[in-house]
Design a protein around this ligand. Structure first.
Ligand SMILES: *Cc1c(COP(=O)(O)O)cnc(C)c1O
Length: 425
């Protein structure tokens, strides 16, 4: 692991230029497979007697550099990248869990994740209890004998609730289950969940880390801190039928889950990241330290400006003094609170739709974390399939507009919203 600081790791970690013909940029290894020296070499790679590249579904040199860099910036022992954030979450949970297992999750989650836990995984016998994550004791109260994971977002999308990660991690420890934190919105530039007790960190690389809205990707970073031999995870301590008798915990120690994600998760579910996307995401990661500061600065300025507008019913941004999460933001996000701002327009559902239709710089689309400013009305789009009660617990009200504040000049962003407010009268 690197001892260097975040901005340095974001530029250098994982890339030994002597291994890539001296190229200063990380090259794209656009190859599906790798030539073995001979059959003994091949046999050693398959049995893990030697580590090396076999097939790009399992690993690839460009992806490996991205993995090592993500592990460095989040402070993990290893990382695995996937085709999307959703692929990271589903493959991670399916590698960790089996039918009959149970998850305790925050009710304030990204819409796709909520659906995976609420509808799709129950079909496979994996159930979830959703709790109000603002009180860590709610997690303890929901634990069952078959609970095998806690799942939260460090900064909920789109509720923007900042969680007491230390408090929840204590409850996860008491329940002897891994604490999984989706850190997509906060990014490693503002928060490192592992420092607060997370065992596994998830990213949609599609958002701030890629940062330019051009490539899907996802990652799981393994803190290497979870005790897989605590009796609740026999798949780690007994010979694996899925990988010719390998005992993960014994053979791989702290990196047991990282390897299980590759050897079983990627092998069997196949959600590998394209090396071209890994290259694009590496370009983004290199400038994340400067971008996330500016996103945060622009978002705070715009949130404060929105609070002063008559057309606005309420504004939610954890950096605002008026936010119920401001104290937690000071503790967990002192460097900035990222680029998402939500607010309610007076006039409710219809006014919110009209405003969303009237912006010119803010693009109406379903994404966050782009350099360009984005806008969406979740109640009519991303969260339309939830009933009103589910929308409420996810923090989505009928009048809510979500902004992903980009890197444009702040005065132009204000002017764009001003003309949009004028157009709805
Ligand atoms: C977008 C997002 C995801 C899903 O990532 P994809 O790359 O779109 O599959 C998961 N969690 C959060 C918090 C997100 O914003």
């Amino acid at each position: 692991m690197s001892n260097q600081k975040f901005a340095t790791n974001a530029l250098h970690a994982g890339h030994d230029t002597t291994q890539t013909a001296g190229t200063r940029a990380v090259p794209i290894y656009q190859s599906t497979s790798y030539v073995f020296n001979n059959t003994d070499h091949a046999a050693n790679l398959f049995s893990l007697a030697e580590l090396g590249f076999i097939y790009t579904r399992l690993n690839n040199p460009t992806n490996q550099i991205l993995q090592d860099r993500l592990a460095a910036v989040e402070g993990g022992v290893g990382a695995v990248v996937f085709a999307s954030g959703t692929s990271a979450i589903s493959t991670g949970l399916l590698t960790l869990l089996k039918a009959g297992d149970h998850i305790v999750a925050s009710s304030s989650l990204y819409g796709g994740t909520y659906n995976l836990l609420n509808v799709t995984l129950p079909r496979l016998g994996i159930t979830t209890t959703f709790v109000d994550a603002s009180d860590p004791s709610n997690f303890a109260a929901a634990v069952q004998d078959n609970t095998r994971a806690f799942f939260v977002e460090s900064l909920g999308n789109p509720k923007l609730d900042v969680l007491d990660l230390k408090g929840i991690s204590k409850e996860a420890k008491a329940a002897q289950v891994p604490f999984i934190v989706d850190n997509t919105v906060a990014t490693p530039g503002l928060l490192n969940p592992i420092e607060h007790g997370a065992n596994l960190v998830i990213h949609s690389l599609t958002k701030y880390i890629g940062g330019q809205g051009n490539s899907l990707g996802g990652a799981i970073i393994d803190a290497g801190t979870f005790d897989w031999a605590n009796g609740k995870f026999p798949e780690f301590t007994e010979p694996s039928a899925g990988y010719h008798g390998l005992v993960y915990h014994e053979a791989l120690g702290a990196a047991a889950f990282t390897f299980k994600l590759i050897l079983e998760g990627l092998r069997d579910f196949g959600g590998a990241l394209s090396p071209f996307n890994a290259f694009q995401i590496l370009q983004g990661l290199e400038t994340l330290p400067v971008r996330i500061k500016q996103h945060s600065e622009n978002a705070l300025a715009l949130a404060e400006w929105l609070e002063s507008r008559d057309e606005v019913a309420w504004v939610n941004y954890p950096g605002l003094k008026s936010s119920q999460y401001n104290d937690l933001a000071k503790e967990y996000l002192p460097k900035g609170q990222s680029g998402i701002v939500t607010f309610g327009v007076k006039g409710g559902f219809e006014a919110a739709k009209q405003l969303t239709d009237a912006t010119q710089i803010f693009s109406l689309l379903a994404n966050i974390g782009d350099t360009k400013s984005l806008i969406i009305h979740p109640a009519s789009t991303t969260h339309q399939q939830l009933n009103e009660e589910q929308q409420e617990s996810a923090g989505v009200t009928q009048d809510l507009i979500r902004l992903s504040v980009g890197l444009e000049d702040i005065e132009d962003l204000k002017a764009d919203l001003e003309q949009a407010f004028a157009s709805i009268g």
